[in-house]
Write a protein of this length. Structure first.
Length: 405
């Protein structure tokens, strides 16, 4: 049977028009990806600045043992927004403070050692510990310099060895490492999210709106209907990917410039890597669209379709997590597993590594699995029981009517 391109195009056009009229779909696929990262990101930055400002205005309170050297106690008192109390006045200080608690307690336990008691679950207490540690270090250095001065030695004699560090990685190399650590998983989730909503709308939404019977009676072969809907789901998946990436790029660039890291970290993707990622993303979108559409076929309502597709969508986190946690280079074992190979190829391309055999195997595996899933779907849509069976499950879908092979 020859699939007519014009017929497939008419089905695709119909799906796009219906998608634009569906407010929930437009919000899920367009508005949320486009504004999600800037709104959440800028909001998080503002909240962080407010919290940081409040924290800076708070007074840090430390109780210090009377045996602690006076020089250290005076140094702590000289810090801004820092209150120091003797241990004997610990209870009175606690009762008079606004927060009702001391942030750290310094106890002298010997001739040359002290213990700083702090609460590691509280930021203010951890900060107080750091301040006390710094002042003890400065005091210790002064004591050593004083001892050396008795022998006519100075600070240069104390620092006999100096270890300096210099990062030889370029801004582009740092950017590649950052992108490779977080972007591959995000790319897969973006593709899965776009396929998720579009497959629900194209398959389950058509049945729930009561328009499935109408399109089946049109002068179109069912394979043409399938292909038109399939192309719509793929297009929606890639659109979600592009919009999410654009939104994320704007936000990440803003954050880097705000932190003054714009010159040290260059988040750019080379032409070869971009082209390979684009091709892989298209094949991955094709695979996800085919699988999600098949899984959604037995669902009779939108809610039922969400319940059926959600486990598969969540399962896409697994390959992303595996590849992100792995430090291995892209190899053939990864290339043989669908979705895992996509994430591994994304990561390898972002690092600027293009191993020929794993890349070719990945593209072939994605193309083959997509073709096999579409072939199975074309046979499924040709069965009458798929449309007439009121409560079909996945087992019946795979094995035929009655669930028997």
């Amino acid at each position: 049977m020859n699939v007519r391109a014009a017929a497939v195009g008419r089905v695709l056009s119909k799906e796009l028009r219906e998608a634009l009229r569906d407010r929930n779909l437009v919000i899920g696929l367009v508005l949320v990806p486009l504004f999600l990262y800037p709104v959440i990101g800028f909001g998080a930055v503002q909240v962080f600045q407010i919290v940081q400002g409040i924290s800076e205005r708070r007074v840090t309170r430390v109780a210090v043992d009377e045996d602690v050297p006076a020089a250290i106690t005076e140094r702590l008192r000289e810090r801004k927004r820092f209150e120091v109390y003797p241990v004997s006045a610990f209870r009175a200080a606690r009762d008079s403070s606004d927060s009702g608690e001391i942030d750290a307690l310094v106890v002298w336990v010997g001739a040359d050692s002290a213990v700083v008691y702090h609460d590691g679950s509280r930021d203010r207490s951890s900060s107080a510990r750091s301040f006390v540690h710094d002042e003890f270090g400065n005091w210790e250095r002064e004591q050593r310099l004083a001892a050396l001065s008795e022998f006519g030695l100075g600070e240069a004699d104390l620092d006999l060895w100096r270890l300096e560090e210099e990062d030889t990685a370029s801004a582009s190399e740092r950017g590649k490492r950052i992108l490779a650590s977080v972007l591959p998983m995000i790319l897969l989730l973006m593709l899965a999210l776009g396929s998720f909503y579009a497959a629900l709308d194209a398959v389950v939404g058509e049945r729930e709106r009561g328009t499935l019977e109408t399109i089946l009676t049109a002068p179109l072969h069912r394979t043409e209907v399938l292909m038109g809907k399939y192309l719509y789901v793929v297009l929606a998946s890639v659109t979600a990917l592009v919009l999410n990436l654009a939104s994320m790029t704007v936000f990440v660039s803003f954050v880097l410039n705000m932190l003054g890291l714009g010159e040290r970290i260059n988040l750019t993707i080379g032409p070869a890597a971009f082209l390979l990622i684009l091709v892989t993303a298209l094949l991955t979108a094709g695979f996800l669209a085919a699988v999600l559409m098949v899984i959604a076929i037995p669902s009779k309502t939108y809610r039922e379709g969400q319940a059926v597709l959600m486990p598969f969508y969540i399962a896409t986190l697994v390959p992303g997590t595996i590849v992100s946690a792995s430090r291995e280079s892209f190899h053939l074992k990864q290339a043989a597993i669908p979705l895992l190979n996509s994430v591994a190829l994304f990561k390898s391309a972002l690092l600027g590594e293009f191993p020929l055999l794993p890349v070719v195997v990945t593209l072939l595996v994605l193309a083959a699995t997509t073709a096999a899933t579409l072939l199975f779907a074309s046979r499924v849509v040709a069965r009458e029981d798929v449309y007439l069976e009121p409560r079909m499950n996945i087992r019946q879908l795979l094995l035929g009517k009655g669930g028997k092979s």
